[in-house]
Design a protein around this ligand. Structure first.
Ligand code: TRP
Length: 431
């Protein structure tokens, strides 16, 4: 069974609100508990630098977002939870991808285009106040995703174009240097409605209509009191359609609870009473997390340690993969050139794959060096095609393919020797 790898980033530019919780944190925490799913969640603090030039705010937001995800039940043992800037391979990969991305493609990115259009409309220079960081935003995001060969990327609709660009970067790179990257797919949560804010528009920082996820109960009460309603008096039947209060309630309540409130609306519940019901319902879900959140905010050293442990896990993948990629593009020791690998003598001294069938009727493959020492041994597979496909993957992707094939393989004994052999096979393949 192969696992599906999910990855998503959260820009560290604000304080999480109920909309973030319902739309992203809660579904992600639930998804991370699904068997067969491997999750990567990270704090996109390099991305935050594009929008924010207040160091204290970046730092504070990083703490608040990390604490929110942890308090909401994200288990850092189970998932890989890290801070983007703790993985230096990401900016390195960003450069590799920059070199295979058309400038014209980036010209068409929505966020950059919106700034240019605004400037043009205002009659100023089209690139006025546009940083190269904003322009390069999609490449950094592509590196986030491709670094870990994520299959699925849960994002909001506004991010779909970025995922498509990451797919293009993957295929441009693969075309030039061999199949190193998996093309990622966007996952849009269709079932999660966007939460309305206090004024009825989408809950968003830019509308200043948010309810912070970890507001105290008193603050929560005050904010809920400010949710827009119509002027119907107690006893008058009320519409659920278009009622922000009702929609927010629905995001937290069970189907039965929602039906009960719908009935109460029809019977003319007073707005004050409906607001009390909403307050109690949200508080019921959030209050058990509040003390954990507060604890983490008061102990940043604990969050820091968790993030560093997460970065270590992430780099256990990123560091060897980046070594393979460096080799693939030609940033390699002068002694490991393709000309050498191409010559007959050199070739016969490299490792090679063998495919065979055992008495158990199963199909096997192995990689042995020139002296016959086994570097990699497969388990019994059901078909020769399966063995052939795995060999091909190893030839094309080198060490990067090991992760996806781990269920087919016996434990690896000499990882450095295997890595070197695969790197040289991969280099010969990709000339
Ligand atoms: N751009 C994303 C957003 O604003 C955040 C992000 C950065 C991201 N890198 C990512 C999301 C990689 C998914 C995958 O929402």
């Amino acid at each position: 069974m192969t696992t599906t790898r999910f990855l998503t980033g959260i820009t560290t530019s604000g304080t999480p609100h109920l909309g973030n919780y319902v739309g992203s944190i809660r579904p992600a925490v639930r998804a991370s508990r699904t068997p067969g799913v491997e999750s990567f969640y990270f704090l996109a603090d390099y991305h935050a630098l594009i929008k924010i030039d207040e160091p204290a705010r970046i730092q504070r937001s990083t703490l608040e977002i990390a604490a929110s995800w942890l308090a909401a039940g994200l288990d850092p043992e189970r998932v890989t939870f890290y801070r983007q800037s703790d993985v230096p391979e990401i900016p390195e990969l960003t450069w590799f991808l920059t070199c295979v991305t058309g400038k014209g493609v980036l010209n068409r990115a929505h966020a950059y285009k919106a700034s240019v259009d605004k400037n043009t409309a205002a009659g100023v220079d089209p690139d006025s106040d546009v940083t190269a960081g904003l322009f390069m935003y999609p490449v950094l995001m592509g590196a986030d995703i491709l670094m870990f060969n994520a299959h699925k990327v849960p994002v909001g609709r506004d991010q779909i174009q970025h995922i498509e660009m990451a797919r293009d970067m993957a295929s441009s790179f693969n075309h030039r240097y061999g199949a190193h990257f998996v093309p990622p797919e966007a996952v849009i949560e269709e079932t999660v409605a966007t939460l309305p804010g206090l004024d009825g528009r989408k809950m968003s920082k830019s509308y200043d209509n948010t309810i912070p996820l970890f507001a105290s109960r008193e603050q929560l009460k005050k904010l809920i009191a400010g949710i827009v309603t119509d002027s119907r008096a107690p006893g008058e039947p009320k519409e659920t359609e278009g009622s922000a209060l009702f929609q927010i309630y629905q995001a937290f309540a069970t189907a039965e609870e929602t039906a009960a409130l719908r009935e109460a609306y029809a019977k003319g519940i007073a707005w004050g009473d409906a607001k009390q019901i909403l307050l109690d319902r949200i508080d019921e879900e959030i209050s058990p997390m509040r003390s954990r959140y507060q604890h983490l905010i008061d102990h940043p050293e604990e969050v820091e340690a968790l993030l560093l442990a997460g970065a270590k896990k992430a780099r256990a993948i990123a560091t060897p993969f980046m070594a393979t990629l460096r080799h693939a593009v030609g940033l390699r020791p002068l002694t490991a050139g393709p000309t050498q690998a191409k010559t007959k003598a050199a070739k016969s001294s490299t490792a090679s794959f063998k495919q065979y069938r055992e008495k158990d009727g199963k199909f096997y493959f192995k990689l042995a060096d020139a002296k016959g020492a086994v570097l990699l041994q497969s388990r019994g597979l059901d078909s020769p095609q399966q063995a052939g496909k795995s060999i091909q993957l190893l030839q094309q992707q080198g060490e990067a393919a090991l992760r996806d094939l781990q269920d087919q393989l016996e434990p690896i004994e000499d990882q450095p020797a295997l890595a070197a052999a695969l790197a040289s096979i991969c280099a010969t393949q990709n000339i």
